[in-house]
Structure formats: C-alpha cells, structure tokens
Design a protein around this ligand. Sequence first.
Ligand code: SF4
Length: 372
Amino acid sequence: MKVADALLQQDLSHIALTLHSKTRNDVEHALGKEKLELDDFMALISPAGANYLEAMASRAYHLTRHRFGNTMQLFVPLYLSNLCANECTYCGFTMSNKIKRTTLSISDTLSEVAAINAMGFSQLLLVTGEHETKVGMEYFERTIDAIRDKVSYLMMEVQPLTLNHYKTLKEKGLDAVLVYQETYSPQHYAKVHTRGKKQDFLWRLEASDRIGQAGIDKIGIGALLGLGDWRVDSVMTALHGRLIQKHYWQSRVSISFPRLRACEGNRDSAQHSQHLPDEKQLLQLICAHRLFNPHAELSLSTRESAAFRDGAAPLGITSMSAASQTQPGGYSTPTTALNQFDIDDNRPVDKVVKALAVNGLEPVWKDWMPFG
Ligand code: SF4
C-alpha cells in the first residue's frame, strides 16, 4: 500500500508546528516558485499566508484557466440509500438517528435518473450510507447495470471496497470513486467514528491504493474540514493527492473541501467545532491547492453558500455539484426530512449556470463521448 504507507509515516504534530512557524518570507518564497513543494503549501495555508490572498487568487485563476480553459464540470449526487451501520457523530445518517430509512429500488433509481437527466445532468455521483449487507456489491452491480447507459460519467461515494470489487465495478463502467478520509488524525478519527466498520482508519486510508490498482479513471479525496485541525488535514490531503499522482499516474485526482455542517440529530456540530475554517480561509485553501497541484480537479459542493461558490468558481474550482438533493428519492419526490446534512446553495441549476456565465465560465455537462 504505497500511498497509505507514506501517509502513515507523517508526523502530524510536526506538521502543525511547521504550519504555525511559517513567515511572510516563506509565503513570498512559495509564491515565487513554479513547482511548489509540500513545505510551500504549508506556507500558503498558514496564518501568515492569509495576508497574500489576492496574489494567491490571481495566480490560481491563471493556472486554472491555462490548464482547464473557461469551463466548469457540473455533476449531481444521487443518494441511493440512507441505511448505515456506522456511528459518525457529524452525519444525519448515523445509525442511532431515528430517521426513516430507505433504499431505492431499481425502478426508484431509474425515476431519479430520469428526473436528473431532465435537469440537464449527465455526470452522476452515486452516494449511499455504509451498510454492507443491505447495500453492498450485489446492489451496486445491479444499479450500475440499470443506469450506466443513461449517464456519460459515473462516480461513486460509498463504503471502501476491496480491490476485486473495484475491478468488477470498473468493468461495469464505473469511472470514479470518492473516499474521503474525513480526518487524517487517528485520534480525532477515533473520537468521531464510534461504532461500525468505519472505525477502521487503515482500511479507509488504503482505499486510494486499491482504487488506483484497479485502474479507475478518477480518485476523489478530501477531509471533512472542522473534524480535526483543518490546516493539518489539508496538508495531508495535498500530500495524498500528490502521492496518488506519483504511484497511480493513470488515474486523475479530485480534491474536495467539505466543511462540517449541521445535520439531523446534531444541529450544533458545526458551531461546536473549534477547527472550522471561515470562508476567507476556505478560499485561501482552494487557491493553495491549485498552486500546489495545477492538474488536480478541485470540486465544490452545495454545502457552501451561493455567494461563496460564485466567488470561488473562477479561482481554482473545476467541478461543482448543483441543485443537489441529499436524501434518497429527492429529485422525483422532494422532501427535507431525511437529509444527510444541510445544504446552503439551494439555487436551481439554471441560476447556477447563469452565475457561471457572469464569471465567463461555460458549464460542461458531458466530459467526453465514447469512441467508435
Ligand atoms: S458519514 Fe457515512 S458512514 Fe458515517 S454515518 Fe454518515 S453515511 Fe454512515
């Protein structure tokens, strides 16, 4: 497990100390470099880096336009099931939450995909809670078989799977797998994952190796900002992305920056977090990721406000969800009762597209066409 092993060797206390020792000189040095090292990334997201947001934003803008053109990939999440056999303190689907549990049948899923297609989307992210016995491989295979020809790019955010399972799903047409580590600190991780298979920190950390070994086109990573020290977790995320690019160069890397949000059963989780970055710090982080990794896809969800998303869109973001529903069945029969977390940008997709146009960005609904 090449990537996981390298991540495990990192000293998180040393990273925290280094981050807070960075000076304006370190930030200016980083801004003057063509190819940034992890040490430079630390300078950019450090408290000292906050004074250079304008310079970082300008460089991030030009790097992004140079590499990706004036485009924005648009996708939508499709929640298939809110069953979950884990206890995670920050999530509305956590096992002990007394919410109505539901898993979409194939016919429900086809209705959802039809509603999503009607909104214009063809890039789809399948999302489930983690319930291996009821929502496992057999369910995933049946679902992909039923919908694969109705979408152009198929992504999945479910429990970490085995290498053979990833290989099987790739053969069925799966293009991308997202497994967020949530926090790279084993101590913080243990505090917020109190029951179930998700308690296995290492199994999750090794997922990107298994996805890379299976040859899946895109690997999505990220930390849930606010669970641990957001700067330390972001340094680990940046390193994680670069290690994937080094060892599994045939796969693309996508980085997300979800901030902790209130959810059903835990309305105050975000407010209680000592570690949550504010919007200015989140923007600093997005720009730093772009400077450190000019080729990575940077993805922003509807957890953030419309105003923030419109401001951040041209500065480094290359992929956005829009008009998202975070409960199973939400597109064909909308309800707010079963949401995984609160979303902030509730605009319909045409409004998101208009806002992109104001920023000179063209939406990409379909990334590529099959050859032949
Ligand atoms: S974060 Fe995932 S594993 Fe944890 S409770 Fe929510 S859906 Fe289940």
